[in-house]
Design a protein around this ligand. Sequence first.
Ligand SMILES: Cc1ncc(COP(=O)(O)O)c(C=O)c1O
Length: 394
Amino acid sequence: MKQPLSNRVEQVAPSPTLFITAKAKKMKQEGIDVIGLGAGEPDFNTPENIIQAAYRSMEEGHTKYTPSSGIKELKDAISEKLKRDQSLDYSEEQIFVGTGAKHVLYSAFQAIINPGDEVIIPVPYWVTYPEQVKLAGGVPVFVETGFDQDFKILPADFEKAITAKTKAIVLNSPNNPTGMSYSSDELKALGELAVQHDLYMISDEIYEKLYYGDKSDLVSVASFGPEFYERTIVVNGVSKAYAMTGWRIGYAAGPRPVIAAMGKLADHMTSNPSVSAQYAALEAYTGSQEVPEKMYQAFEERMERFYPQLEKIPGFKPKKPDGAFYFFIEAKEAAKQKGFHSVDAFAEALLNQALVAVIPGSGFGMPDYIRLSYATDPDLFQTALNRIQDFMMK
Ligand SMILES: Cc1ncc(COP(=O)(O)O)c(C=O)c1O
């Protein structure tokens, strides 16, 4: 067969984070005692009440197709959640339930991007945004940040990046990979520019429930007023807050035409997300919040316990996260101290010699950094830190 693959698919970059993850997996299969700190998912199992709700739904006969954009009961529960937590009003027609936040984001870009449209993506970014923008025919436009500005974009830099072709900006707070969160004022200043230049805002709030600061500081950019609300596509889901990564339920709340377009896509692409997973998500949003709250507390405790240790590792410059479950660490100096020309090479040596798998920052657009996930058993995390410390002292 000599036919090429589609240009669309050829331009998608393979996930740079996969190299180390795949290598670590292979080493483990060979019996080597590698500790993986790459995971982007809670190490807890899904709470029992949620699992039981899925069983029950199957026994009650919920085993058939549902509307492509999700069951009414789940949309109502999401609508109530948005009202309760963020004082946002969304009707059923303004909510789309998809197969994980990743599918929801993909659908959102497909719904709003025309060929050549530019989408502003702050750096560092979750690896998937630029690829999804490209798959929609759009052009990712990166806006740099830095350690000293807590990896948050400044309004002036955002404005400089806006052209006649700019269609949207992606905001992700709390952030993967940095764990940083925009304050209400910071977010409003960015939102005002989006309003002024008539841009969509894709607000990825998947780590909303894992915020360690004062909860009243955590707001959605959609909540600042009607002109913010009408251009914001809020994206969230159950993966991180309810330890439900494998169930694949995410949602978008936003303007009716965008949500309808996303539903139309789902009609021809996926149909509904798994019906049992939808009933499980319904329980997640309406059932007891005791277990998710405990998971949240466990993540916060780990963050407080391990952050001071990271600060003491030679050549490591970590930033204390506001949320999520990642440490983002400048490791340029550590790489130099060990004689490596790049942090990528340093990360590979950590894997081969210290037997600790970390994600190099190159995948997130910041090659001087590494990301460590503390969604990991704390004893294992401690052992991993000891190994890194020993490696640096050698
Ligand atoms: C910033 C961000 N957005 C979205 C997702 C996707 O979440 P889901 O499991 O719901 O597809 C992730 C998962 O790693 C993420 O880190």
